[in-house]
Design a protein around this ligand. Sequence first.
Ligand SMILES: Cc1ncc(COP(=O)(O)O)c(C=O)c1O
Length: 454
Amino acid sequence: MGETVKFTLSEDRIPRSWVNLLADLPGDPPPPPLNPQTGEPAGPDDLAAIFPIGLIEQEVSTAPEIEIPDEVREIYRLWRPTPLFRARRLERDLDTPAHIYYKYEGVSPAGSHKPNTAVAQAFYNREAGIKKLSTETGAGQWGSALALACELFDLECEVFMVGISFDQKPYRKAMMETWGATVHRSPSDLTEAGRSQAEHTSGSLGIAISEAVEVAAGSEDTNYSLGSVLNHVCLHQTVIGQEAIAQMEQAGEAPDVVIGCVGGGSNFAGVAYPFLRRRLREGIETRFVAAEPAACPTLTRGRYAYDFGDTVGMTPLMPMYTLGHDFVPPPVHAGGLRYHGDAPSLCGLVRGGLVEAKAIAQTAAFEAAVRFARIEGIIPGPEPAHAIRAVFDEAEAAREAEEERVILFNLSGHGHFDMSAYAAYFAGELEDLEMPEDELEAALARLPEAPALA
Ligand SMILES: Cc1ncc(COP(=O)(O)O)c(C=O)c1O
C-alpha cells in the first residue's frame, strides 16, 4: 500500500455539539443587528415572525458549544463524517513542497455542505409546529438541501430561485421537486417584492430573499429559512471543521493555512471556526484565507456598515461588509457567491485581521477547477473553484519560499449541476467581470440610515 490519501472517521465520531466561535472572540462583543424602524438592537421578537425559538436562541447564544439533537445526528449519519483527502497527486502536479488537504462536502445527498444546516433548521421548525419553510436559492444547492431536509421532517418547502440560475440549471429544479418542493423563478409575480423588482430579470439572491421572507411573514404556519450569513447557520456548519481537526490529527499534521470560498460565509465558517477557536485558545499559529469572486467583492471592496440582508429592506440591519443591498451582481457562474453582504461574524474577523480576504476572477477559478478535476478526479462546484485558485496561489508561494506549508481547504460541493458553466469556460465565453467603481459608489450611497460602525 502506498501513502494514505483518504482520512475517514467512523459514524460515532460525528460531532456531538456545534462550535459557537462568538463565545471566544477577543475584544468588545460584535455590534448587534438593528431593527430598521426603531434603530434599536433587534431582539428575539424581531425574528419571531419568521424563525422558530430554537434557532433564535442559537442566533444570540454566547455559549461556547451547543449540543446537536440526536435526531439531527441520526440524519447526519447518511453522509457524515465526510472524508478528508490529501491531494498528493495535485501536490506533485503543482511541483510544490506544500501538503494539500481538502475536506469534501460534496458527498451529501444534495451535493454540498448546505444540508448540515438545512437538516438542523428543519428540525427546529418542526419542533415549533411549523408546517412549511420558504427560502431563496442561487445556484440551487441551498434550495436542494432545504427541499431534502423538509422531506425528511415532513414539512412543505417553497423555493424562490434566482432567475438566471433557474434558466441555466433546470435539473436543480427537478432535484428540488424530487424531494417534494415547489420552485418559482425569481423575481416572480407571486409577491410584492418580486413584482417591484421585475425589471431585474436575471434576479439576485437579495431579491429572492425578499420574496421568501414575504411569504413567511404572511402566514402563521410558514417560516423562512436562510442558507448562509446568520450566526446559527455558520454554527451548524462547524461539524466540518471539527471533523477536519480529528482527521488532520490522523494525518499527523496541522494546517498552516485554512482556505474556503465565501458567498455568505457559512462553509468558510464551518471549516475555519473550529481551527480559529484553537488559535484563539491555544495560540496555534494558523492563517485563514476567505476567497470571494472579483465580480462580487464584498470583503475586499465593500464598506463595513449596517445594511439590510435583502434587496427590498425587510430584514434587520446587519453589521457587515456590503456592496449595498440593492446591488445586483453581474451574472457570474458561481451563483452561490453572488450576495451583496457576508456573515457579520466573518466580517468582524476580516476587520480584526484574523481572516485575510482575497478576490478571485472567475476564469482563473475555472482554470484551477479544471486542472484539479483532471488530477484529483472530483469536478468542483464553481464556488469552491475560487478556493482552489487560492490554494494554487498558496502552493506556488510555498514553492517559492521552499516551505513545507500545510494547506487545508473546504471543497464545499461538486459541480455536477454546473456543467453549463464549464461548457461556457471551454467555449471561451466566460468573462472576468470587475465591478466598476462608480457602480459600487452609487450602490453604497443608497445604504440605509444607521449608526456608523467604528
Ligand atoms: C457549493 C457551494 N459552496 C459555497 C457556497 C457559498 O455559500 P456560503 O458562503 O454560505 O458557504 C454555495 C452557495 O450556494 C455553494 O453551493
